[in-house]
Design a protein around this ligand. Structure first.
Ligand code: NAP
Length: 225
């Protein structure tokens, strides 16, 4: 799903309809005072080897429907005056151009890196851990502008999010084909269960000869962490 580059900004009608319904579902799970922000991972991974990336890019050929779905989640807000907080590791950040990121007014990005300069262009902050990034979007400078928080990879940010109880939801795309990979999606099934989201059409899709399906998972309320 991510590299950040080349993602369309507009959502076709069928996805727009789906995402509206889906976001109303997200909204209804929040407290009435609407202060609680959703923290969710958004990822596509291969069903067999769990691959997410290869040589700095996606393992599979372009999946147009998945790109539109992913872009729709990241840019859509209920409050038109707000934007979403995006959290990425350095390599995922470097897989997209600063120019394309600056064209996304509905997104503010924090990069996790111990090597990038703190004043890196195109992001609101560079921090050392996922927890710091979530803290900043929850209550740091500019946090009042942030509606939801999406972790977009790679492997370690996903792993940290799965262990962080503030991350309550996974928007996953299961790709039904394996490709060579050097980055993978971590195990999550012990802490999350799959849910039916009336706004997300989970039919099997196909682009460029590759089959895939959207899945929504939510954190188990009690028991295993
Ligand atoms: N399929 C998908 O949905 C999807 C999503 C995202 C990415 N991808 C693909 O996955 C690949 C990139 O993912 P990746 O896992 O290799 O790299 P990554 O997580 O994007 O970046 C790794 C770097 O981020 C920093 N970092 C991340 N987590 C950290 C932590 N817990 N503590 C300290 N630093 C941390 C470090 O930067 P410093 O070295 O600067 O300290 C580390 O070297 C690419 O091929 C990309 O296209 C695919």
């Amino acid at each position: 799903m991510v590299g950040l580059k080349g993602r369309p900004h507009s959502l076709p009608v069928q996805f727009l309809t789906n995402r509206r319904a889906s976001l109303s579902c997200v909204r209804s799970s929040r407290p009435a005072n609407m202060t609680q922000k959703l923290v969710a991972c958004v990822s596509a991974f291969s069903d067999g080897n769990r691959g997410i990336g290869y040589k700095g890019d996606l393992p599979w050929p372009k999946l147009q429907g998945d790109e539109e779905y992913y872009r729709g989640i990241c840019k859509r807000t209920v409050d038109p005056n707000k934007k979403n907080g995006i959290i990425v590791g350095r390599l995922t950040w470097e897989s997209g151009g600063a120019e394309s990121r600056e064209e996304r007014p509905k997104e503010a990005t924090i990069v996790i890196s111990r090597s990038l300069s703190k004043d890196t262009r195109g992001c609101v902050a560079v921090v050392s851990t996922l927890s710091e990034a979530i803290d900043r979007f929850m209550s740091g400078p500019g946090s009042e502008e942030i509606e939801n928080i999406y972790v977009l990879g790679g492997t370690l940010p996903y792993q940290d999010a799965i262990q962080d109880k503030r991350c309550s939801r996974l928007y996953l795309t299961r790709v039904y084909q394996d490709f060579p990979c050097d980055a993978t999606f971590p195990a999550f099934e012990h802490s999350f269960h799959r849910v039916t989201d009336s706004g997300v059409d989970d039919c099997v899709r196909e682009d460029n000869g590759v089959k895939y399906r959207f899945e929504v998972w939510e954190r188990n309320v009690s028991g295993a962490s």
